[in-house]
Ligand binder design. Structure first.
Ligand SMILES: [Zn+2]
Length: 698
């Protein structure tokens, strides 16, 4: 299929020229799979030629002929990447798989050619060294600083021999990270629990047992039952299982999945990755990899991350002890005598949840009709806070008939951007939910944001109302929070625009927007029975709110433990010997002060994909950090009148419209009036802050 692509006449390839549709929306009605490869190839060639022209410019470097020229370069490549990867994640076919395999390594080489070009870096450094004499605006100064530091971080300033060592380390690390990912997939598959007797699955419903029988058949184990492993330590199937031996067996399969001493054992690989990362950090003069990786994050240093994690421990541990005692009572009421173990937790917590917070999704769902939630909930909250309005655009082409497009207008009616919503699960869509841009905002390039939200909601049968779960509602508000961050972007330079911010900042606007889903005024506006239009009964609303506080010692504790484990691995000095993975992990977890005997980390070292090959090394804490930021700001809103235009405008002006034009610490402090603190985040989870000094001190 790929062979024919080069035959396409360039003139017929709609990716090669900027779209003439409103907001430069991608012309999905005209783009064919065969257009991508020629556009990628031409895009890379053009970009490289532009970069070479900048690097070889005879004129002395200026901000305009170097930095701005780089910002203007690569527009074709950006366009094809944005369209290809947007559709590839949401609506892929086999041809796109082949295109990705071909282009992904080419793109990473392309990146290296730019960042390891000594002439180009020489120009950037010259400018950076005299930055105080260039009369730059704050945004320009930030842009120059970001470019300089990215080059340095990629190794541009190292000696020739250190650069050789770096390339060597990078190659070895990439190989190990890839090998790790493959072993992990294989070990999770092999880790599935096989059960011989149906009786061992007592408690599971008929549908789940039938699925387990079918899964076993799929592996030629007819007559048996197979429970596949989820990627986390705890396994959802444990909730229903009454047989304690089966529970223990499933938990053990999960906990030791990548530690069986076979070809899929990951321990040697991760110990080696940790060692090489420490060596890489040492090349750059950092004490450890965490210090190297955190340079451009809001937290900035391992000390700030550790201080944050340690502050969460007392309240979390206290809640864990309360939960252990409560579950031990449920076990006693079940006429059992054993002491609670991790494989019992999910099962007895589910019983307690049913007793105290019984939430029946079938009772709730009739109040959550997707289009009503979108227009009367998500859009309504945004209108109340920011004054923006939405209207459907059925004339804009889409890549799949399920996609809905809206035009977003600003408070004064002026155009703001386009929004695509692609909510339903498909077999050819990646899992989870996400937001990104087809077109990024930039005053320099005269582009406005074209943004999409993608999710995996179950589509109703034809003719049935499109009802969704309360988790789906949260997801809609979350992804739209990212969208607002992109829609309100008002940057000159694309590199600093909108959601192009640090990992420990980017989930802050999205998590913040989730809060409005349960705001009484917003909730009453969208949560109406799809048949009668009646509002949800108050008692049911209260139950949903109360249920959100259940089991939070476990839920928070498993993430805190994982975040600590991540930091411990990445604070090893380069001189440390190769670690024994289990001994290292035990020591790191014992030192947390959490009840890890009952609440193990959400991911164990050997199957912690985020930190070994998914770009979250020394970064897993970011999920909790952004929750702190979001709850601090939400508490500020509550103290200042909640859902008002005035509050929304302030948040838009000081955070949502800022992109990365400022350092995150000062940006946050300007809004909140002080450093972030953990109190609001803990009380949001129903935990009590036991620490009097709650500032994070960064
Ligand atoms: Zn998100």
């Amino acid at each position: 299929m790929l062979a024919s692509t080069s035959l396409a006449a360039p003139a017929s390839n709609p990716l090669l020229t900027p779209s003439s549709l409103p907001y430069q929306a991608p012309p999905f009605d005209r783009i064919k799979d065969s257009d991508y490869v020629p556009a990628f190839e031409k895009g890379m060639a053009e970009h490289l030629a532009e970069i070479r022209r900048i690097a070889n410019d005879k004129a002395a470097p200026t901000f305009e002929n170097t930095i701005v020229a780089m910002e203007r370069s690569g527009q074709l490549l950006n366009r094809v990447q944005n369209v290809f990867y947007g559709v590839y994640s949401a609506d892929k076919d086999d041809a796109m798989d082949a295109i990705d395999s071909k282009e992904a390594p080419r793109l990473s080489q392309h990146q290296d050619e730019i960042y390891l070009d000594p002439k180009l870096f020489g120009r950037v450094r010259t400018l950076w060294e005299k930055r105080d004499t260039l009369s730059l605006t704050p945004e320009q100064a930030m842009l120059l600083d970001v470019y300089y530091k990215q080059f340095v971080h990629a190794g541009a300033e190292l000696s020739a021999s250190d650069q050789k060592t770096l390339r060597d380390l990078n190659t070895r690390l990439t190989k190990l990270e890839t090998a790790y990912g493959q072993k992990l997939v294989a070990s999770a598959k092999a880790g599935a629990l096989v059960v011989d007797r149906k009786a061992a699955l007592d408690g599971m419903d008929d549908g789940a047992i039938a699925a387990a029988a079918k899964a076993a058949e799929g592996r030629k184990l007819t007559g048996k039952y197979l429970i596949p492993l989820q990627n986390t330590t705890q396994q959802p199937a444990l909730a229903a299982m009454k047989d304690r031996a089966t529970r223990k067996a499933l938990f053990d399969r999960s906990w030791t999945r990548a530690e069986r001493g076979d070809a899929n054992d990951t321990r040697k690989t991760i110990a080696e990755i940790a060692r090489l990362r420490a060596q890489k950090a040492a090349l750059f003069g950092y004490p450890d990899y965490a210090a190297y990786a955190l340079y451009d994050q809001m937290a900035r240093t391992p000390e700030a991350v550790n201080a944050f994690i340690h502050k969460l421990v007392p309240a979390t541990a206290a809640e864990q002890h309360r939960e252990v005692a409560a579950l031990q009572k449920v076990i006693a009421a079940d006429h059992q005598k054993f002491a609670l173990q991790p494989w019992d937790w999910t099962h007895y917590a589910e019983q307690l949840r049913k007793q105290e917070f019984a939430l029946d999704q079938d009772e709730i769902k009739p109040y959550f009709e997707l289009h009503t939630v979108l227009t009367d909930g998500v859009f309504y909250a945004a209108n109340q806070l920011y004054g923006i309005t939405f209207r459907p655009r059925k004339d804009i082409p889409v890549y799949n008939p399920d996609v809905m497009v809206y035009e977003v207008r600003d408070k004064d009616g002026s155009p703001l951007g386009l929004m695509y919503f692609d909510y339903f699960k498909r077999d050819n869509k990646s899992g989870g939910a996400w937001m990104s841009n087809f077109v990024g905002q930039s005053d320099l390039l005269k582009t406005r944001p074209v943004i999409y939200n993608v999710a995996n909601f179950t589509k109703a049968a034809p003719g049935q109302p499109q009802l969704i779960t309360s988790d789906d509602v949260t997801t809609m508000f979350h992804e739209f929070g990212h969208a607002l961050h992109g829609l309100f972007a008002s940057q000159t330079y694309p590199t600093l625009s909108g959601t192009s911010v640090a990992r420990d900042f980017v989930e802050f606007p999205s998590q913040f927007n989730e809060n409005w889903a349960m705001d009484p005024k917003v909730f009453a506006h969208y949560a109406k029975h799809y048949k009668t239009g009646a509002p949800m009964p108050q008692a049911l609303f209260d139950k949903i709110k109360k249920a959100a506080h259940f089991n939070q010692g476990y839920a928070l504790g498993e993430i805190v433990a994982a975040a600590q484990l991540d930091m411990s691995w990445h604070e090893l000095p380069a001189s440390a010997p190769l670690q024994n993975v289990d001994a290292f992990e035990k020591k790191a977890l014992d030192e947390t002060g959490l009840d890890v005997a009952h609440v193990p980390p959400r991911y164990r070292s050997s199957y912690f994909l985020h930190i070994w090959s998914n770009g979250y090394s020394a970064g897993y804490y970011a999920y909790l950090w952004t929750e702190m930021l979001d709850q601090d700001v939400y508490s500020w809103f509550m103290k200042h009148g909640g859902l008002t235009r005035e509050n929304g405008q302030r948040f838009r002006d000081m955070i949502l419209s800022k992109g990365h034009t400022m350092d995150y610490g000062p940006m946050f402090r300007a809004f909140y009036g002080k450093d972030p603190e953990i109190g609001p985040m803990l009380s949001h989870r129903g935990l009590t802050d036991t620490d009097t000094d709650t500032g994070t001190g960064n």
